[in-house]
Ligand binder design. Structure first.
Ligand code: NAP
Length: 487
């Protein structure tokens, strides 16, 4: 890094989201800037980088936090959206962008860099319209602050929503009856290229506002499926029919992909009309970036999955159910509990037990009663939840905010505690806590029922809990023995 007085301070908002996490890593690797992140919960910042960035805790709806975050900043990335916040997300998006621009202008920030969606206002889905309005609001004072607005369609990278849809459908379904929109043209872009454009936007010499559409080759969803199949060595058949409505195809997609209905239906809505690049600014202003072809982006994404190198996933943001994870890290208000206490009897250490706990879920499964967990996952899917499809980001490592099947990590203390919050469809709230003590594991399922139905639910599943939870705690300890993996 250069002389510290000349080093620019760069602010990344949305630094716990899909793009923000990767951009933070990219800019840390480059080592050219002093990095600051604005996050709603500081514990979600990965431990490994927490002491290399300046962390400001707060949201864009908290003016004091915003003012502290933008003070002394040269360039500010806006990588936020409110889609997970229910019906009013449009209004929240608008307010958030207003607050951000106003704070940046007041603090004398030189430039805002925003990543929005690709597509025309006339044919925009509700979600895209909100992304367009956000860009317009951020760029509304060109004489006081510069704005670079990058617009991307489907982003292809390990864990991205578009890639996960394509990967899951390609791997699971040899033949697909598809709606007509699978032939609509779109222009995907690899996540590494998105990061390159974002990074290069900091130093781009340009006065005033600039809108830059980014994308690789034009492809329909059908072509993307075929190409992804070729990369995976799978032959796939797509049969477009006119009768599949967007709603029906969304239901179809949620059964075979990890994404929830709300996200899927927004993506399907967006695919109804063409989303292709409308200007040549990417090539003109960023001649050094040659977007990689779709197939290459798929190969890289698959490699990251295979080598356990996934930095972020579409479900990293807290989203609707746990907007601020801080509220969910103490299940003290729960009414029902299932407590299992299992002493370590075979020389296990708390560290070994902790690592065993942190390997639960995903492809590793939930031990002996896996079929019951799968049944619960299927029921969850049917009722519009995540089911077990989200799996895990990495095989053996967890961090705050990680999804583990239908759970979310809401507290993790190395060698001591793991607390999972249930994001499955439930008439109440549930947590699964692993308290790793020096000589025993205390595993507690906490449940706070909602109304009579919530109580009935607890009694209905009680017989299953009897087997599943007792077995889970014992199996975690068994799996923690060094000899376990060798067996
Ligand atoms: N991912 C894609 O495939 C894709 C494609 C095209 C364009 N884009 C654009 O890229 C941008 C970033 O998207 P993404 O996929 O990275 O989103 P994401 O994974 O859903 O993350 C959103 C981030 O925003 C934070 N956030 C939300 N509301 C906030 C608020 N009021 N104050 C502070 N932080 C807030 C979230 O924090 P918590 O962790 O606390 O929830 C999270 O870090 C968006 O503008 C999106 O339209 C994304």
């Amino acid at each position: 890094m250069a002389d510290s007085s000349s080093v620019k301070t760069v602010l990344i908002t949305g630094a716990t989201g899909y793009i923000g996490r990767r951009l933070t890593h990219r800019l840390l690797e480059a080592g050219e800037y002093r990095l600051r992140v604005l996050v709603r919960n500081r514990h979600k910042v990965q431990v490994a980088i927490a002491d290399r960035v300046d962390i400001c805790e707060g949201s864009t709806f908290d003016r004091d936090a915003l003012d502290a975050a933008v003070a002394g900043v040269d360039t500010a990335f806006y990588l936020i959206h409110s889609m997970g916040s229910g019906k009013s997300y449009h209004e929240l998006d608008r307010q958030s962008a207003e607050n951000f621009r106003s704070a940046c202008v007041a603090a004398g920030v030189r430039r805002i860099i925003y990543l929005g969606g690709l597509g025309l206002r006339e044919s925009a889905s509700k979600h895209l319209l909100s992304r367009i309005e956000t860009g317009e609001i951020l760029g509304a004072e060109p004489d006081r602050i510069e704005t670079i607005w990058l617009r991307a369609g489907a982003i292809i990278g390990s864990g991205s929503a578009s890639f996960e849809i394509i990967r899951n459908l390609t791997q699971k379904l040899p033949v697909m009856i598809t709606p007509r929109w699978v032939r609509t043209l779109t222009q995907p872009v690899g996540v590494e290229d998105v990061l390159s454009y974002l990074q290069a936007s900091i130093e781009l010499v340009h006065k005033g506002d600039l809108v830059v559409d980014i994308g690789a080759e034009q492809l329909s969803f059908q072509q993307m499926m075929h190409q992804a199949g070729e990369v995976m060595g799978l032959r796939r058949y797509l049969l477009p029919v006119p009768v599949l409505s967007p709603r029906l195809s969304s239901y179809w997609l949620i059964l075979f992909t990890p994404l929830p209905y709300k996200l899927v239906s927004a993506l399907v809505e967006g695919l109804k009309s063409e989303t292709v690049v409308q200007n040549d600014h990417a090539a003109r202003y960023f001649p050094g970036i040659q977007p990689r072809p779709f197939k290459k982006a798929v190969i890289e994404a698959l490699q990251e999955l295979e080598t356990n190198q996934v930095i972020s996933r579409w479900c990293d943001s807290s989203g609707q159910q746990a907007c601020d994870i801080k509220d969910f890290d103490d299940p003290v208000g729960a009414i029902f509990r299932d407590v299992q206490v299992v002493p370590y009897e075979d020389g296990e250490t708390p560290e070994e037990v902790f690592h065993s706990v942190c390997a639960l879920g995903g492809l590793n499964g939930w031990f002996r009663y896996n079929y019951l967990w799968r049944l619960r996952g299927l029921l969850d899917k049917v009722f519009g939840g995540y089911g077990l499809n989200r799996g895990r980001r990495l095989d053996r490592e967890l961090r705050m905010g990680d999804a583990v099947d239908f759970w979310k990590v809401v507290d993790i203390k190395e060698g001591k505690r793991l607390l999972l919050y249930a994001q499955m469809k439930l008439p109440g709230q549930a947590w699964l806590e692993f308290d790793i003590q020096p000589d025993q594991l205390v595993q507690t399922a906490h449940y706070l029922p909602r109304g009579v139905l919530g109580r009935l639910y607890w009694y209905a599943v009680l017989p299953f809990h009897h087997f599943v939870f007792a077995d889970l705690a014992r199996s975690v300890i068994n799996a923690s023995r060094p000899s376990f993996e060798e067996r």
